[in-house]
Design a protein around this ligand. Structure first.
Ligand code: C5P
Length: 397
């Protein structure tokens, strides 16, 4: 592994296990540097890590003024391709979740924009405390990977969830994250997101509850996995992700045009947008004035974009979404065939923790051969990864 790995060690008893993690990474060919918090040095001597990694260990934010050539937190963040934080204490999670930068490690992590794996390790009650769980959710939502702690006997004399996973497991997770990285390099992926906006008049429209979050997460993961990404989005309040082509549209017809412009040049379309099935037949050019009469709006069918792509497709991998409120698998399966998709992601939008506006989803992936993969409730970022991994497998076959 020809990578520069920066390990942040915080003050937990499991810090001793990280000596082996550093040693294994070094043996696998990685360059390893260590930042320790002051508390971590109470458990393991910086000298131990120094000997293992062959690099000076950083602890102080403002070390030896005479040697303060670089701004260390910036130079370490620039140097590293990947950051591992192990063990990560509750205090570290809380500070990082809130952007507090009061030591070298928390400052470096703020200046670091590449992949991060955090391995929390602490007493079970501390881990399960809603404050810790909320901080973990915040970090996950930012795309930071969390390796769940193992269960077993804890240093505090109790037993439960909170143990730092074994060094082999931590190294395997790092290997997985780093090898995932470029599985889409050379591929172009079109992702749609958000809800379409169908004008009634210049001020009013028919819309839907889509936040765009699922599609934005998919686009982000595709970028991280090395793809060239075009993100075509209907209405969404979210900040457009970086390093991709972002196209904002309103009506379904506009989204269709933008998609068709790109369709021939892409390897896959992931259609997570909530496209309105109907639009107003003749939107009014002026604001419709209130009157004493009822108002009837005539709706006409919108094009089914995905179905059209299903008819046009050559080698493109086509993925659809089925947001349902009943008979989920049956309806999803029907769409899978009708729209000529490779697989469809189905979810019950009325279930708690799934569907519109929330950061989690509970979904199933349905394949052409009838196979159904049902996932537990997970963050949309994590589901995005499941989807992209499967698209990459189809593209790399
Ligand atoms: O048929 P239904 O709207 O439930 O299918 C959902 C899937 O089809 C989604 O992937 C959605 O983005 C896509 N779709 C579309 N054009 C429409 C309606 C839905 O591409 N007019």
């Amino acid at each position: 592994m020809q990578k520069n790995i920066l390990i942040g060690v915080t003050g937990g008893i499991a810090a001793y296990k990280v000596v082996e993690v550093a040693s294994r990474l070094k043996k696998s060919g990685a360059n390893v540097k260590i930042i320790m918090t002051k508390h971590a040095t109470e458990f393991v001597s910086p000298r131990t890590f120094q000997e293992i990694t062959n690099n000076a260990v950083s602890v102080e934010m403002f070390g030896d003024a005479a040697n303060f050539i670089h701004v260390e937190h910036i130079s370490l963040a620039d140097w590293a391709d990947f950051m591992l934080i192990a063990p990560a204490t509750a205090n570290f999670l809380a500070k990082t979740a809130h952007g507090i930068a009061d030591d070298l490690l928390t400052t470096t992590i703020l200046a670091f924009d590449k992949k991060i794996l955090v391995c929390p390790s602490m007493n079970t009650k501390m881990f399960e405390n809603p404050a810790t769980q909320a901080n973990l959710s915040t970090l996950k939502a930012r795309g930071i990977k969390i390796l769940e702690p193992a269960s077993g006997n804890l240093a505090c004399g109790t037993s439960g969830k909170g143990r730092l996973p074994e060094p082999t497991e931590i190294c395997a997770e790092i290997e997985k994250i780093l090898s995932e990285e470029k599985i889409l390099s050379g591929k172009k992926i079109l992702v749609t997101a958000g809800g379409t906006v169908e004008a009634i008049d210049p001020v009013r429209y028919i819309g839907n509850r889509s936040s765009g979050r699922m599609g934005f997460e998919i686009a982000k993961v595709a970028v991280n996995f090395g793809a060239e990404v075009v993100l075509i989005s209907g209405k969404s309040e979210l900040e457009p992700p970086k390093n991709l082509e972002f196209i904002k549209v309103e009506a379904a017809t506009e989204m269709r045009e933008a998609i068709l412009k790109h369709f021939d040049s892409v390897d896959s379309v992931i259609m997570s947008a909530a496209v309105a099935d109907y639009r107003i037949k003749t939107p009014s050019a002026q604001k419709i004035k209130k009157s004493d009469e009822n108002l009837t709006l005539e709706l006409v069918k919108n094009p089914d974009i995905l179905k059209e792509l299903g008819g046009l497709k050559k080698n493109q991998i086509l993925i659809g979404f089925a947001a349902e409120t009943q008979n989920i698998l049956e309806y999803a399966n029907k769409k899978l065939v009708e729209k000529n998709l490779n697989f469809i992601v189905a979810n019950d939008v009325t279930a708690e923790g799934a569907g519109f506006g929330v950061s989690t989803n509970i979904a199933s992936i349905i394949w052409r051969n009838g196979r159904v993969e049902s996932f537990e409730k997970m963050s949309k970022a994590a589901l995005a990864e499941k989807i992209i991994e499967r698209v990459a497998n189809l593209l790399n076959r």
